[in-house]
Design a protein around this ligand. Structure first.
Ligand code: C2E
Ligand code: MG
Ligand code: MG
Ligand code: MG
Length: 277
């Protein structure tokens, strides 16, 4: 009997793995069609000044509403898009969509605000990245001073010199640059003194247990100090409660983002906030 039972378990396992495999394959092929099927859209999460509690910027976050599977999280589909080389055209779609939103808000008289997009390491490393960005910005008529790009530390591991060059060019036309998920990458923090950056974004994992873990609290303090030493503004990600906010206020963090102030919002909702703030 044991044998049959084991056999069934093996079969169940096989069909389970088969289902995962099929879903991955179908996500790979579906992501290629997601743009033309109109399944991508953006949500915007406010960045807030710790001292004044006023919005100082927005982060555009990509959403995928799959025709059959519903909402799929970017943590799941971005790595797939990177693997199959789709990240470049998805990145272009995001940049175009942000420019369009900026111009639409400008047309109807919404006060302008800095909007950040997330740029994958693979995009930044593409030799033609800067030219693609310029072309889109010019085509769309976007003012680059309202555009920010968030990149992760892992972007610097390969070809740091080329990265610096690209970043300097982006910055020379007025685009702001942030290090996203600071503290979680594998690169040395020595890059802070060489790389042209404006903001450090402390990864949300440190904020999660800041009230219970003195280690995280010390790390946050050090990161803020480090950022300020290099003339950068520091943003805390993932501020979910009063305690986390009062902690970062006490240690002179400049800006924050998180559910405590607002979840990422659809364009209309964030527009209402921009109009009333
Ligand atoms: P990220 O850039 O670090 O974005 C922050 C993530 O934290 C977002 O998840 C946001 O919804 C979430 N978040 C914000 N406040 C809180 C909070 O208080 N508590 C918690 N627990 N989470 C909070 P999301 O939108 O699922 O995005 C996940 C990641 O996917 C992003 O991390 C970014 O790395 C990537 N991503 C999103 N949109 C894009 C995009 O357009 N292009 C690229 N290349 N990557 C993107
Ligand atoms: Mg980000
Ligand atoms: Mg982050
Ligand atoms: Mg992240």
């Amino acid at each position: 009997h044991g044998k049959t039972k084991g056999g069934n378990q093996v079969n169940e396992y096989k069909s389970f793995m088969g289902a995962i495999y099929n879903e991955l394959i179908s996500l790979e092929s579906d992501i290629i069609k997601a743009v033309q099927f109109n399944e991508f859209y953006l949500v915007y999460q406010p960045k807030v000044d710790v001292k004044t509690n006023k919005m100082i910027g927005l982060e555009a976050l990509l959403r995928w509403k799959h025709h059959q599977l519903g909402e799929i999280s970017p943590s799941r589909f971005i790595p797939i898009a990177e693997k199959i080389g789709m990240i470049h055209s998805i990145g272009e779609w995001v940049l175009r969509a942000v420019c369009q939103q900026y111009l639409e808000w400008k047309r109807i008289g919404v006060p302008p605000i800095l909007i950040a997009i997330n740029v994958s390491a693979l995009e930044l490393q593409q030799p033609c990245f800067y030219h693609r960005v310029i072309r889109i910005i010019e085509q769309m008529g976007m003012d680059p001073k309202y555009l920010e790009m968030e990149i992760t530390e892992n972007s610097f591991i390969h070809n740091p010199e080329e990265c610096i060059e690209t970043m300097e060019k982006l910055r020379s036309i007025g685009i702001s640059l942030s290090i996203d998920d600071f503290g979680t990458g594998y690169s040395s923090i020595g890059y802070l003194k060489k790389f042209p950056i404006d903001y450090l974004k402390i990864d949300q994992s440190f904020l999660k247990d800041v009230c219970t873990d003195s280690g995280s609290a010390e790390i946050i303090k050090s990161m803020i100090h480090l950022g300020h030493t290099f003339g950068l503004k520091v943003v805390a990600e993932g501020v979910e409660g009063e305690h986390a906010l009062s902690f970062i206020r006490n240690v002179a963090c400049d800006y924050y983002q998180g559910y405590f102030y607002s979840q990422p919002l659809e364009a209309d909702k964030v527009m209402d906030k921009l109009l009333t703030s």
